[in-house]
Design a binder for this molecule. Structure first.
Ligand SMILES: [Zn+2]
Length: 328
């Protein structure tokens, strides 16, 4: 859906360029007003501020009610705000039906159907989507655990994310509840929290898993900048606590570079385990210097303005290499 928005924004720019040419001096003021509104739409969409985007798009639409590009925008904005019924009603009033509009309508329809089937109300802090055949019990339990985890992280970091978190609850194909307890169940954070819900019977697995991925989501909500991977994976493991106190894995000490780049490039499991182990230990060393998680939050947020090394120096008076040397 994000791609759609980007495509349509570039179309808006084109439309208004043409208008400059045809408009006389008298219309210049109204053109400037439009230009400002378009810029506002861009900014609001970038920040995920759907209310302000909606207001600006509606104002643009009042001057150009048949602009299909603006209509598509409004439909997407309603969808993003979880105003599903309104979104479908709006689409139904439109004269044009593009492939994209049909896709959006179908997506909203299936979301509404699933929420009705599962008997699910809107969640407080999550915007939920579903993939696969989920049982109501699992979904409700997953949401309950996630809300509790969300509250604890808000308190821990004294931080309240501005926007709802995008959550995809899915049915994991690999674990249908038979066989031995899964070691790894495939939760991911990639901008959306992707959580398998048919693992809910394995309490000792899903609690740390939810806390871990949710921590990544909080780090993302604190800064849009790239955070060194040892910081991100380290704090997520400290909070999920599932590997705390594990003995040092065999093999050589990883380099700072290897600990900074995304671990997903690491195909070798034992290498990956070493990277995770050192990450957690390095963050534990940070917290030993100052155990206040709000300081950790400030450190993460400072990376928006400073390099990761400068921020580390300022908030903990240490370099990544020093931390690594302490735990090797
Ligand atoms: Zn992680």
């Amino acid at each position: 859906m994000r791609n759609l928005i980007v495509t349509f924004l570039s179309m808006i720019a084109v439309v208004f360029l043409v208008r400059t040419v045809i408009s006389g001096k008298a219309e210049m003021d109204s053109f400037r007003k439009h230009e400002a509104l378009v810029a506002e739409v861009n900014e609001c969409l970038d920040a995920g501020e759907w209310n302000c985007a909606e207001k600006a798009v509606r104002e643009l639409l009042s001057d150009a009610p048949h602009d299909t590009n603006l209509q598509m925008h409004l439909a997407i904005i309603l969808y993003e705000q979880e105003r599903y019924e309104e979104c479908r009603n709006y689409i139904a009033t439109l004269k044009f039906d593009s492939r994209d509009m049909k896709l959006l309508d179908a997506k909203v329809a299936s979301l509404m159907r699933e929420m009705a089937e599962l008997g699910i109300e809107r969640s407080m802090h999550f915007r939920v989507e579903f993939e696969g055949n989920l049982s109501k019990r699992d979904v409700m339990e997953a949401l309950a655990v996630l809300e509790v985890a969300y509250d604890s992280l808000c308190r821990l970091f004294d931080f309240h994310p501005e926007n709802k978190m995008h959550l995809v609850l899915y049915e994991s194909q690999q674990y249908q509840g038979v066989g031995p307890r899964p070691e790894w169940v495939g939760a991911v954070y990639d901008g959306k929290l992707r959580i398998p819900v048919n693992v809910m019977e394995y309490q000792e697995v899903y609690r740390p898993m939810f806390f871990h991925e949710l921590t990544h989501a909080f780090v993302r909500a604190m800064t849009r900048r790239h955070v060194p991977l040892w910081v991100n994976e380290g704090i997520a493991q400290v909070i999920d606590a599932s590997r705390t106190g594990k003995p040092r894995p065999e093999g050589s000490v990883p380099s700072i570079e290897a600990l900074t780049e995304p671990f997903v490039n690491e195909n070798n499991t034992s290498n990956a385990l070493r990277l995770y182990w050192y990450s957690q230990r390095m963050v534990e060393q940070l917290l030993r210097r100052n155990s206040d998680f709000t300081r950790f939050r400030d450190y993460i947020q400072a990376m928006g303005k400073k390099s990761p090394d400068e921020a580390l120096q300022e908030f903990y008076g240490v370099t990544a290499q020093q931390l690594l040397d302490e735990v090797r």
